[in-house]
Design a protein around this ligand. Structure first.
Ligand SMILES: [Fe+2]
Ligand SMILES: [Fe+2]
Length: 214
């Protein structure tokens, strides 16, 4: 069981501070540097550039959502080890967020203006999942990571090979997401019911549709 000594007001203040840091500021320097950041930039066609900007904006928002989800789950985790696991997973997503932000900056693109909305809804979703117990919470991590891994694969196939910088980032992210899913499975994560997975897929499609554009 968790030994929780923080007051409710401290927790609310801490979460609000985190929310602002994630959606209103550039991410702090990552623990792991951006993969192959020394790669030479290539000239991309206007179409490719616009497409990659949209895809990287989706990936950036995906990392905002992943952090919000895990912090929401961590806040209501039943066990101390689950809490620590989720905080560590969220910290690793911070590195991904930084890498995506850096690539968006390189491409002269902005992040989604909808990020505050996605953060709050993902945090609420994570907190709800935590109420059903730690094994369900880990099950959520597995499903989220599986879905992210799949959409990263779609992006890897869609982005021209010449864009070495973006490929390096996406491939490392994909490896990390696979590990995150495996870690959650090893920690006892349950396989979520099909209807829940379908709702999560629909939400993710809706997010991708909007964020690619704004
Ligand atoms: Fe990630
Ligand atoms: Fe992840």
């Amino acid at each position: 069981m968790r030994n929780n000594t923080q007051s409710i007001s401290d927790k609310i203040f801490g979460e609000f501070d985190r929310f602002l840091k994630i959606v209103a500021h550039k991410p702090a320097a990552p623990h792991t540097p951006t993969p192959k950041s020394e790669a030479i930039d290539v000239e991309l066609s206007d179409y490719d550039k616009r497409n990659i900007q949209g895809l990287m904006r989706i990936n950036h928002t995906g990392e905002v959502c992943a952090q919000a989800l895990y912090y929401g789950q961590a806040m209501f985790a039943k066990d101390g080890s689950t809490h620590a696991h989720l905080i560590q997973a969220a910290a690793e997503e911070h590195d991904h967020l930084y890498w995506c932000q850096e690539r968006l900056d390189d491409l002269g693109a902005r992040v989604s203006i909808l990020n505050p909305f996605w953060y709050i809804s993902s945090f609420a979703l994570g907190a709800t999942a935590a109420f059903f117990g730690d094994r369900v919470s880990y099950g959520f991590v597995i499903e989220v990571e599986n879905q992210v891994e799949d959409h990263l694969q779609e992006h890897i196939e869609q982005i021209p090979q010449e864009d070495i910088k973006t490929h390096a980032i996406l491939k490392q992210m994909q490896l990390d997401e696979i590990r995150h899913a495996n870690d959650a499975r090893d920690a006892g994560g349950l396989d979520l019911p099909i209807p829940v997975k379908k709702i999560m897929t629909a939400m993710s499609k809706f997010m991708k549709f909007l964020v690619y554009r704004i």
